[in-house]
Design a protein around this ligand. Sequence first.
Ligand code: SF4
Ligand code: SF4
Length: 395
Amino acid sequence: MAVRANPNLLEELKHYGADDVTKCYHCGNCSATCPLSKEPFIFPRKSMRYLQMGLGDKLKGNLEPWLCYYCGECSDECPREAEPGETMMSMRRWLTAKYDITGISKLFYESWVAEAGAIMLVALLTGIGFYWFGMTKGGGDFGIYAGPNAFLPAHTEGNFFGLGWNVHTFDWIMGAVLGGLLVTNCLRMWWFTTGSRKDMKVPLGTYIKHAFLLPWHFITQKRYAECDKKKPWIIHLILMLSYLTLLILIMLFLHHMHAPETHWVHIFGYASTIGLLGTAAYALNGRLNKTETHYKHSHESDLIFLFLLLYVGTTGILQHFAYRFLGNEILANFMYIIHMMGVVPMLVLEVPFSKWAHLAYRPYAMYLAAVQADVIAEREGTKVPALAPQKQMTA
Ligand code: SF4
Ligand code: SF4
């Protein structure tokens, strides 16, 4: 089949953060240096080549950008300062836009004004919507924060047009919408990288055999730990686990989080809020002051993501303190709405369409890479274990 080259690909990738790709003269230093580059996936040089040659379809079917955790070692070693680490990051953004069926991701990555504008619009609608919901559900007492008559009841059912909804219903609706979008996009990712490839016929048993890798890589981010520098992995792990803990607390224990008496879930809430705020502040400082190689270049979406995290973490803890330590239920309800004005845009815009999407795509790529490695080893009659360490000088 003829391979089509897209002469505008390099220009297109610039919107996603790629910069000095033409400087690369293919010495292969980066692939030899990369601690995560292992047979049968040797990167990042090959991906740099695809980009230089305008091979958009090859790039779209490429899992390798997701196997990179941006430790920055390749960029440090590149004799041409072609920034292969940042280029891999820009490819992940570009791929996120390609997987997204709605086109929203492309819009956000190509225009930070559109992303910031959409966040502000959704925040405004959320504020109005939650206030309206509080006022119409049957009591609308802004002076009551928790319990059956609360302005925004977390547990006891409200009387929302006779439907018996409470504020928790919104979490589950958002969860369902998010899940639907991510599953659709993951299916597209599978099709581009595996399903549409004639040389990649995967037996069902191989998919099942590696299924455990999905939760394993999601929770541990273990592959990141294989980088020579351990600090970025620890920071990333704390951020991810804090976020996951807060998500579980909100989805399953919201009424205990809002309870006036002390409950064991509060300990997890405090710990994960500290983890979230601490790591987000660390990353923001790193990006603003360019403290490490992987913080040297910042796309606008990186900064929007961190500002949103800090906003959500700070307003969440202020809402909690207003109720539990100040006993000011009016202030707590006010802060609740302010907090949700960050939570909703973060969940409905950032998770499926922007930086947070890598939470799903990266472990999924690890899984697909293990599946593909099995198929390649079987086809070539080799015994190469999936993603076993085998560095090469060139690739
Ligand atoms: S180190 Fe990698 S990115 Fe840099 S010139 Fe060599 S092949 Fe290109
Ligand atoms: S940034 Fe690190 S993990 Fe990514 S390609 Fe470069 S050396 Fe490998």
